[in-house]
Design a protein around this ligand. Sequence first.
Ligand SMILES: Nc1ncnc2c1ncn2[C@@H]1O[C@H](COP(=O)(O)OP(=O)(O)O)[C@@H](O)[C@H]1O
Ligand SMILES: [Mg+2]
Length: 350
Amino acid sequence: MALEELLLSSGHSVVIAKSGEDALRCVLKQDFAAILMDANMPGLDGFTATRAIRERERSRTTPIIFLTGAFEDLSSMFRGYEAGAVDYMVKPIVPEVLKFKISVFVELYNKNVALTREIAERRRAEERVRKSEENLRALAVRLQSVREEEWTRIAREIHDELGQALTGLKMDLTWVAKKLPQDQKAATAKTRSMFDLIDGTIQSVRKIATRLRPEVLDELGLAPAIEWQAKEFQKRSGIRCMVSPPSDGLTLDRERSTAVFRIFQELLTNIARHANATRVDIAMRVDSGALVLEVEDNGRGIDESAMSSPKSLGLLGMRERVLPFGGKVEITGVKDQGTRARVSIPLGLK
Ligand SMILES: Nc1ncnc2c1ncn2[C@@H]1O[C@H](COP(=O)(O)OP(=O)(O)O)[C@@H](O)[C@H]1O
Ligand SMILES: [Mg+2]
């Protein structure tokens, strides 16, 4: 009773157990900052009760302080420690000492509770971030494929409808030109320039459609598309492109082909825009179950900061493109010697 008084007066809440069995019931019901255990109790003694408390999940680490009479010998102290006590006090208890010990344990307990809560909160926050990252990624993949489908559709419509209309126009113009009397020199000249205009427009339509989605990619596959794109690039930029012939058995599904092809286009655009190169070497092969595309230029060399900069959206886009397939884009640069990009994308089981 004196102990209870003492602890209550220090502002702690106290639960009294009248026996070892009673103590076991208490620790099942709630968590305690510390347990003061009398070595001698009716029924279950303090040692057995301590051992049983240690065996319960909930009270496995609850500090237990043994209380015992001065007449008991040292061996009971050791038995107490053996059973799982963390401290030991001999009666008569010095109130200040007990108060101090208990307040240390209570403080520890409170810190522990706060820490546990913080950890749980942090876990939840991490989980939220992970989830939203996952969602963003899924959204990016979806947008990418929607855009690609859209481009393919527009390319086809431009090619077919505008192409057909222009061909029809050309046929009609041919008819008109034939009907024109010989002496209508000005009108004949006009039809000739109209022919040129129509031919030029047909060329433009083809170019625009191809830029949106090259037919060669869908009809012949990735390797010929890469070769074609390299040739186009060389024509437009004047930078020499060397394509090593790819290894055999290079068949990729549409999604993977598109991803690699778009990355290749972005790499070439970067070379034209930033590298100041005179030569590009391109190689494609299958290496341990993955398609590997290597593009190397002899320009000024990409610098470290550009690679990790959040402003490098082109590089970020490349990485995002291969992510759904578990692929990788590695780019390294050596100053004034060039930049090397290595794109690998697992072929996947078919
Ligand atoms: N082949 C290259 N040679 C040198 N620098 C490069 C090369 N490719 C990219 N870089 C550098 O990396 C930066 C990021 O590229 P990117 O993400 O595609 O963005 P952007 O092309 O819009 O500037 C570029 O601004 C450029 O400084
Ligand atoms: Mg770029």
